[in-house]
Design a protein around this ligand. Sequence first.
Ligand code: NI
Length: 161
Amino acid sequence: MAIRNLRLEGDEILYKKSKEVENIDERIQTLIDDMIETMHKYNGVGLAGVQVGVLKRVIVIDLYDDKGPIVLINPKIIKTKGEQEVEEGCLSFPNRFAKVVRPAEVTAEYLDRDGKKVKIKAKELLAQAICHEFDHLEGEVFIDKIIPGTLEYVEPDEGEK
Ligand code: NI
């Protein structure tokens, strides 16, 4: 496993659309392991392949609960319900936070890392994370959809970085 370099604001790759994964091979497994390690290193809740420079439809999410990291390959959002106004950040936009409107609930389908088809109904933070990361696969970033006037820059704590 290895920490990969994060692609940050201003990097054009963040605006590119990712491609479907055709084979969940060794390379993809390594990518997944590295993405999880990278997400944990920077205390992120989610990470998309494009954020480490790989335009593949792979997402990792960890809400730091008892479920552990979730891996979503080729995800599709098949239904959304309601709205929630939430505070959001992104590892590609360090120390910046803003409010966005996200669906309150989403139903998504994806392949897990073993290639098994999974359908989940998510709400609250998990729904938010799935939508945020799914946007990355489409070449969209949260900063372009924030509620105007809500952007904040938060200084990193001493010792963090
Ligand atoms: Ni992000």
